[in-house]
Design a protein around this ligand. Structure first.
Ligand SMILES: CC(C)(COP(=O)(O)OP(=O)(O)OC[C@H]1O[C@@H](n2cnc3c(N)ncnc32)[C@H](O)[C@@H]1OP(=O)(O)O)[C@@H](O)C(=O)NCCC(=O)NCCS
Length: 151
């Protein structure tokens, strides 16, 4: 369990994201990092129903700057292909750009997830190296890294 009290927005984000991606439960430390990343972590609602979420964390780089790492982006299946994923991604990237120290965004996707790889490349992300055995609990285990400069 999280040990420190969180403001309501943070609880909403944590519980909402947990509900949306039930098949992918993360350690509490990951939820905490994403909530600490402020409004780069976003939830999407339709008629008060949670239908999408993007969760990000900030990672310091060796040059004193930082990168935005997308831990999870998901939209409920019936609501896909209507622009919600794009809007969540853009809101998160726009929020990151308000901090000039954040210079890039990156993420990992399962190599079999062709829809997500196409989605991100259409959003200007570049496909990087394949990382073998990146995932331990899901098959296939290999991931591809995608990245995009923010400036
Ligand atoms: C990847 C994912 C988040 C995309 O969400 P989405 O809401 O469907 O995304 P969008 O609707 O913005 O864009 C999806 C496609 O619909 C198209 N689209 C956008 N608005 C549209 C509209 N109004 N009408 C029809 N198509 C539209 C986009 O052009 C895009 O096409 P492309 O993939 O060929 O580029 C979603 O498929 C998902 O939740 N997948 C499962 C989880 C996952 O794999 N996450 C990624 C790893 S973190």
């Amino acid at each position: 369990m999280l040990q420190t009290p969180l403001p309501n927005t943070a609880v909403l984000k944590r519980e909402g994201w947990r509900r949306l991606r039930q098949s992918l439960l993360y350690q509490d430390s990951i939820y905490r990092q994403c909530i600490q990343a402020g409004d780069t972590t976003q939830l999407a609602f339709h008629a008060q129903v949670l239908i999408g979420a993007i969760a990000c964390r900030l990672e310091a780089d060796q040059n004193g700057g930082a990168s935005l790492y997308i831990v999870s982006l998901g939209v409920l299946a019936p609501y896909r292909n209507s622009g919600i994923g794009t809007r969540l991604l853009h809101r998160s990237l726009d929020q990151a750009r308000t901090d000039s120290n954040i210079t890039a965004c990156y993420l990992h996707v399962q190599i079999s997830n062709k829809d997500a790889i196409r989605f991100y490349t259409r959003q200007g992300f570049t496909v990087g190296p394949v990382i073998t055995n990146y995932y331990r609990r899901i098959e296939p285990r290999d991931a591809v890294m995608l990245s995009k400069p923010l400036w």
